[in-house]
Write a protein that binds this ligand. Structure first.
Ligand SMILES: *[C@@H]1O[C@H](CO)[C@@H](O)[C@H](O)[C@H]1NC(C)=O
Ligand SMILES: *[C@@H]1O[C@H](CO)[C@@H](O)[C@H](O)[C@H]1NC(C)=O
Length: 204
């Protein structure tokens, strides 16, 4: 019995360790070095990467330069709370609407830890422009998609309001009908009662 408990315990700790490992492990194509204090240096530079790999949360320095990365999935860097230095230069960034996440993420990090030399490769209208120099004008197609989304929501809201009004009208109708019905029942029971009592009176 005791032995079984111990083996279950060992299994559980092994599982937990495995989970911890997968969270903090070095991404496959990169090389990692633990810092003396704590955290990892994650070097993924010059590895022909097309996407940002799954990065460990304890990353302190991140090197992603000179790859073929065009975009970052929104939210993919949010868990790197201990990051102190990052280099993402030398990638062919595609400066479409999705780049807004990277742009705002980069701008949230102090400049000295992050040389802001990310250049757009596509689309043609902004190629060779620096990410930080992108203006609202460059991003005008995004505004259009937002507008379309807005209109969609507006139409959906209109539908919802219409539906609510219809339901309210129906409910008031039902309530009125129910009240009428209740009234009628009350009247008939009262007359029934009267009839019954008069009949019983007669029979006496
Ligand atoms: C990162 O890896 C690349 C390629 O293996 C190497 O040339 C470079 O020196 C490394 N950088 C650091 C900071 O370790
Ligand atoms: C981006 O803007 C800065 C000033 O904010 C300017 O010094 C730099 O030359 C611009 N970069 C490009 C590529 O236009």
């Amino acid at each position: 019995m005791a032995r079984r408990k111990i083996s279950v315990c060992i299994l559980l700790t092994a599982l937990i360790q495995l989970c911890n490992c997968s969270i903090d492990s070095c991404p496959g194509p990169c090389s990692c070095f633990p810092l003396q204090t704590s955290g990892l240096i994650v070097n993924c530079s010059s590895r022909h990467l097309k996407d940002v790999p799954d990065l460990p949360e304890i990353t302190v320095r991140l090197y992603l330069q000179n790859n073929l990365i065009t975009s970052v999935t929104p939210g993919a860097l949010d868990h790197l709370v201990g990051l102190q230095e990052v280099d993402m230069s030398g990638n062919p960034w595609s400066c479409d609407c999705q780049i807004l996440y990277l742009k705002s993420w980069i701008e949230s990090i102090p400049v000295q830890r992050n040389p802001r030399n990310l250049k757009c490769a596509t689309p043609n209208t902004v190629s060779m422009k620096q990410l930080e120099n992108l203006t609202g004008n460059d991003m005008s197609p995004c505004r259009r998609t937002w507008a379309i989304k807005c209109r969609k929501f507006f139409i959906r809201d209109l539908y919802l309001i219409g539906l609510t009004v219809l339901v309210l009208i129906l409910m008031s109708y039902v309530v009125r009908m129910a009240r009428k019905l209740a009234c009628r029942i009350a009247v008939t029971t009262r007359t029934c009662h009267k009839k019954a009592s008069s009949e019983s009176y007669k029979s006496k």
